[in-house]
Design a protein around this ligand. Structure first.
Ligand code: FE2
Length: 480
């Protein structure tokens, strides 16, 4: 049920800023404030990651870029109807250094260092995603190598360089784990040629492929997609320039929208040594997140959340933490469907809805293969923070229908993570886990939803002892 703001309510921008405000608390406690009942079939750990700057600039958190902040990793452990919350910072060299200095001495994407130090270390915080694969728990950000943490204690272990096979400057926060083979594919990008790298990590954690490839221009390539036989690289209408990046002149100087460049998709087979074919897209724009991709009837299909206004997007993510800033509406991505004919080298682009949608997820057992159901954080088509993700939507590719779960005024939702009831359960037979941020009351909950009735009262709502900053991505690791 949606309620209306009163005249005395904080503005949506103020509430959103409060939702993103860092709360540098490392937690370790059993969760006791539970509405409803945790399903006993739900056993395993929901890992979540997001920026949570511990040592703030003197001006406070409002000047921080959306991507700025130390990585505070959360583990919500479900066990036979009970739950426990553990969170720990990824203790990278730059985190330790700033923590010891006690001041904002390394700077960030928007802000210069305050009282810079003589021998700085790169400020690289793995604050975007957290993935369990091949026996490793990896905290990820697209400007650094993966950072390994202990899956049980969240103790920091250190960077992982793909067993010495790493080719570029970094890899992204968005690996794709093949739903059938268990292989993890991940890419990297950088502002110097060759602009893209591709890796395949086997289920046992060994690295079986590491290759560099070129692209028509250097870009911020946040995510990608896989199918049973192909990899798809989305090249957005955004240019990533080396010189300002190396000079440390800030994100807005290094990454610029280029509306004169239509998007392209790079498609290559997954086998070693395969060439990449760059296919033209009929329009410009940018996408952070494809949903899923799969092969059918000799074609490749891919859904994705596309921003039509790349400059508006870049502007908004730069100022989103400032409660007094009015966003431009660039935060609204829309669901699109792409259909590729690889032999003909063509791409058909279809906008599916005017509704804003982000953080698309599906049953991970179907990553790379045809899925029926998808989940996303969504909003009605309007501009600015007013529309920022107030609801979870479940999509049905077969019927074309969708079901929404609306939240109350001032509540924000994060990325929905689907967990099957058991290993053999049907595609939507299970649970959807998502964070709910209650901005007016400055508190955070984890909702456990019935995936077949996401608009119903949650099966369980778990109130955390402390407010958790909204964060970005997470994944569920079943109990083994
Ligand atoms: Fe992402």
């Amino acid at each position: 049920m949606t309620t209306q703001a009163t005249a005395m309510s904080p503005s949506p921008a103020e509430m959103l800023a409060s939702v993103l405000r860092p709360n540098p608390v490392e937690a370790d406690y059993p969760i006791t404030k539970i509405e409803g009942e945790i399903p006993r079939e739900l056993n395993g750990t929901l890992y979540r990651n997001g920026p949570c700057q511990k040592v703030l600039p003197k001006s406070g958190p409002g000047g921080l870029h959306l991507f700025d902040g130390d990585a505070l990793v959360h583990a919500i452990r479900f066990d036979d109807g009970k739950a426990h919350h553990l969170s720990r910072y990824a203790r990278t060299p730059s985190f330790e250094r700033v923590d010891q200095e006690g001041r904002y001495c390394l700077g960030g994407l928007n802000l210069p260092a305050e009282g810079p130090i003589a021998d700085p270390v790169p400020d690289l915080q793995p604050n975007t995603n957290i993935v369990m694969h091949g026996g490793r728990l990896l905290a990820l950000v697209e400007v650094a190598a993966p950072f390994e943490m202990d899956p049980t204690t969240l103790a920091s272990k250190g960077p992982w360089d793909y067993d010495g096979k790493m080719l570029g400057m970094s890899t992204t926060a968005h690996p794709k784990i093949d739903g059938r083979t268990g292989q993890m594919l991940i890419h990297g990008y950088q502002p110097v040629a060759p602009y893209v790298q591709l890796y395949v990590v086997e289920p046992d954690g060994s690295v079986s492929l590491a290759e560099a490839l070129d692209a028509p221009w250097p870009s911020m390539m946040h995510d990608f997609a896989i199918t049973e036989n192909y990899v798809i690289f989305p090249l957005g209408s955004v240019h990533f320039d080396l010189e300002p990046y190396l000079a440390g002149r800030g994100f807005s100087e290094a990454v610029k929208a280029r509306p004169d460049l239509n998007m392209k998709f790079g498609i290559r087979r997954r086998e070693a040594g395969s060439p990449t074919q760059w296919i033209d897209v009929p329009s410009a724009g940018y996408m952070f997140h494809p949903g899923n991709a799969y092969e059918k009837d000799g074609r490749i299909f891919m859904d994705a959340c596309k921003y039509e206004d790349a400059q508006g997007l870049l502007d908004d993510i730069s100022t989103i933490r400032d409660a007094s800033t009015q966003t431009t509406g660039g935060l609204a991505a829309n669901p699109y469907l792409y259909e590729f004919d690889v032999d003909a080298g063509t791409c058909k682009e279809t906008k599916l809805s005017d509704m804003a949608a982000e953080f698309p997820r599906l049953d991970d057992r179907l990553v790379g293969y045809e899925n029926r159901f998808g989940y996303a954080a969504t909003a009605e088509p309007s501009s600015g923070a007013e529309s920022f993700f107030r609801r979870i939507t479940k999509y049905d590719r077969v019927s074309g229908s969708s079901v929404h779960r609306d939240t109350a005024h001032g509540h924000w939702v994060g990325e929905p993570v689907f967990v099957p009831r058991n290993a053999n359960a049907g595609e939507d037979d299970g649970f959807v886990l998502n964070l709910v941020h209650d901005a007016p009351n400055d508190r955070t909950a984890i909702d456990v939803l019935d995936a077949r009735a996401i608009d119903a009262t949650p099966l369980a709502r778990l109130w955390l002892e402390e407010r958790v900053s909204l964060g970005f991505h997470g994944n569920f690791a079943p109990q083994t």
